[in-house]
Design a protein around this ligand. Sequence first.
Ligand code: IMP
Length: 429
Amino acid sequence: MSATSVIGLQWGDEAKGKIVDLLTEDHDIVVRYQGGNNAGHTVKFDGQTYKLSLLPAGILRPGVDSVVTGGVVINPRAFLEELEGITDRNGGIDGDLLISSRAHVVFPWHIAEEAVLERGLGGEKIGTTMRGIGTCYRDKAGRAHAIRMGDLVQLDTLRSRVGSITEHKNRVLAALDPDAVPLDAEKIFEEYRGYAERLVPYVTDTTTHLHKALAAGRRVLFEGAQGSLLDIDHGTFPFVTSSNSSGAGIHSGSGVPERAIDRMIGVVKAYTTRVGGGPFPTELDNEVGQHIRDEGNEYGTVTGRPRRCGWFDAVATGYGARISGVDCLAVMLLDVLSKLDELQVCEAYEIDGERTTDFPGQLEELAAARPVLRTLPGWNVDITGVRRLEDLPSQARAYLDVVAELIGSPIDIVSVGPDREQTIMVSRG
Ligand code: IMP
């Protein structure tokens, strides 16, 4: 058995797409196992940019299979648009594409409900991507009003489920918002029937498929979406996503046990970003934060929202690394820090006068945390052409050493630009 996983250790957007794309060269199957089209993965090569939301990044590599497992929530319209976008540009997809019959389906009522719920939160908004992801996962946990891919492709089941659920949802929506426009069950059924007809060739039992593939020695790469600190159980609740976006989600989302994974790569930005609400101890709400935003093009792939930017937070990221259980790190976007004279890294928090390196489980404590910052010299050199660790300026290497030391994991990969080639593979003896 051979499996690798790529997990974000911060609040998402760690540039995991680039790492997945690079590693895909040495894998046969790439698997998405949680989240939905709230995720945005950007892959750049040969001067082309691909933005992926639901499809595994392996879809871009000839001969690599793509698997979307039961832990993912699928908006079929978004899925098909993405698939057709790639097919139009590349003349088709080369490997097999498989979608789990266990994956839950996002319907218009999920998006409508999320809009009403977020509006109702006023100043306490979670700041979701408004894709109906949380409401779909909620219905999955609630069981009574959920439709899975396996039901979608059974048209009789689909018609009756859409009918009864729409009736229920219209009552809920009307109670939440007197101005709500009722949903039309027949229209929804017709629309989703069209999606089902196009998706049916891909729908199968991906769990059994993956078990057999691993037993046959095929190399599997698990592609995490979002980041460990957005994990529904272990993240900064309630400012989290609705799935297990830390390493915890691999097993539950795919049915592949954790012991099948031999290499867990934790992806981190050389600094920190966050989209949406929630405390952010190292946030730089000033010109340095704006500089990082501009240099790193820190605007959401999915929503276009400006991302909040701040210094590297070793307390938060170290916690992310521990809950996901990583073997090594990939440090991304190091080049974004190149023009700063001085850099800071958060090595501890001070909460109510007490210094700690423990990440608080309670939101109020995190909101009260003051970062204890270590100052490091910048390098003021363009590093985007560097391909070997020893060719980095000594200050950049010192910065990486501090990151590795504070997180307690070796660095295997350093990214110095968006392109596939702009990568330093660190060889360890
Ligand atoms: P939801 O996943 O759309 O429900 O949004 C919940 C929270 O997770 C919000 O703060 C979003 O901004 C955040 N979030 C969801 N997906 C991503 C992602 O791919 N990158 C970064 N943040 C995300």
